[in-house]
Design a protein around this ligand. Structure first.
Ligand code: ADP
Ligand code: ASP
Ligand code: MG
Length: 412
């Protein structure tokens, strides 16, 4: 029997009507002869609501309890989807992560999947069950605690199941009809891509394009999962959506494939740090331990043995970062005069494997931003991307100006 994985995101299961609509798509794939693993997200808005409750009760929460709370949205949709399928006379049942069990690391809030045993579900398929509905985003740690895979983690659940079960394909149903050159909600001229290379998708995702969670793309690349992104709202056709595939499977390609953004960044500066060997380790060690995801780093010019150290992190981790730095100062590990947080910045990035062989993309990016009067606060580059940190109020403008300048609305 061939297994197909179908993942439905929050908006695709937002209410009973949408769940029925999704279930009809599942029914068609069952009729096509597949055993189907359906991975569901929580209803749209639910996870945010649960995160809000946790923060209200405990701002510097115990991550194990955070996971216990925020994983619960998916339990509801998994059960409702199984019931909907049963109402349609399709043999189906739900599985929560721990029941499979989806075994993960114990890094709560950002756990990684270690293993997905297939025996339980395959035994049910062998007995005639047609659809296994799996609650996305969640797993269980070696200590037996419930874990979550990070925001957007249901994509990763879906790809991991596709890899474990050797699925013919992993279809990610969402509220847009594929992967675009940038977020179509910000740039109306964004163009849908029929195909995108794994590496470009990986960069776009890690730089903020939340249409796929980064880890899901990594897994698809590693395990050669045929990964497709498509809309759960439009009429189905065989060639719908965007196929994420190997570079070699793409014929024409722009130098820049897409523009990504991350809205909720913060820029933090430690003012007047002693500039000595080991200082970076003394700062970023405690930050990592406190669970702060440091992204860009700049060490300023040093004067009289002291320097300013700037880094960026998600804005909701500023309190954690401040606490870790103040504690490190208290214990004498580091010494600085002040810590300043700029909570109104955003990161904008251009991505494309064509940059490996084309010079001048960075220069053009900086010119475009300059001509819009946008000041660049921090820059980072890699082989296939350039990122800048700018004031958040210019984020949309920057995305649109770059999309225009690199003519992403036109196919290569
Ligand atoms: P789901 O709930 O289905 O997982 P998400 O909200 O996580 O959906 O991801 C889909 C959203 O990703 C779209 O609504 C779109 O606003 C956003 N997005 C950001 N960048 C892109 C892009 N390059 N292409 C398509 N969608 C994008
Ligand atoms: N419900 C989780 C979130 O909102 C996981 C997901 O939707 O993929 O992050
Ligand atoms: Mg998502």
């Amino acid at each position: 029997m061939s297994v197909l994985v179908m993942k439905f995101g929050g908006t695709s299961v937002a209410n009973p009507d949408r769940i029925r609509r999704a279930a009809k798509r599942v029914a068609r794939e069952v009729a096509n002869g597949h055993d189907v693993i359906v991975v569901v997200s929580a209803m749209s808005g639910k996870t945010n609501e649960l995160v809000g409750l946790v923060n209200e009760i405990s701002p510097l929460f115990d991550a194990r309890e955070y996971d216990a709370v925020v994983s619960s949205g998916e339990n509801v949709t998994a059960g409702l989807m199984a019931l909907t399928l049963q109402e349609m006379d399709i043999p189906a049942r739900s599985w929560q992560g721990w029941q499979v069990p989806v075994q993960t690391t114990s890094r709560h809030g950002a756990a990684r999947i270690l293993d997905i045993p297939t025996e339980n579900i395959n035994a049910k398929f062998a007995e005639g069950m047609k659809v296994a509905v799996v609650a996305g985003f969640q797993g269980v740690s070696p200590e037996g605690r419930i874990t979550t895979l990070g925001r957007g983690g249901s994509d990763t659940t879906a790809v991991a199941f596709a890899a474990a079960f050797g699925a013919v394909r992993c279809d990610i149903y969402t509220d847009v009809d594929g992967v675009y050159t940038t977020d179509p909600r910000i740039e109306s001229k964004a163009r849908k891509l029929d195909r995108i290379a794994f590496e470009e998708m990986l960069e776009l995702a890690s730089l903020g394009a939340k249409v796929l969670q980064t880890r899901s793309v990594e897994l698809a690349m590693r395990y050669k999962v045929k990964l497709r992104v498509l809309s759960s709202f439009e009429e189905y056709d065989e060639n719908a959506g965007t196929l994420v595939c190997d570079e070699e499977e793409i014929v024409e390609q722009n130098v820049v494939a897409g523009v990504a953004y991350q809205r909720d960044e913060a820029k933090m500066t430690l003012i007047s740090v002693a500039d000595r060997p080991g200082i970076a380790a003394a700062i970023f060690g405690p930050l990592a331990e406190a669970g702060v995801n440091v992204d860009m780093i700049v060490q300023n010019i040093s004067e009289e043995g002291r320097t300013d150290m700037t880094f960026s992190c998600p804005v909701d981790q500023v309190a954690r970062a401040e606490k870790a730095m103040l504690e490190a100062r208290e214990s004498g590990e580091i010494n600085f005069h002040d810590i300043v947080a700029d909570k109104d910045v955003a990161k904008v990035s251009v991505v494309g494997i064509g940059m490996r062989s084309h010079a001048g993309v960075a220069a053009k990016m900086f010119e475009v931003l300059a001509s819009e009067g946008i000041n660049i606060k921090v820059i980072t580059t890699s082989e296939i991307k350039i990122s800048v940190l700018i004031d958040r109020k210019y984020m949309e403008l920057a995305v649109q100006a770059l999309h225009d300048a690199f003519e992403l609305d036109k196919a290569a």
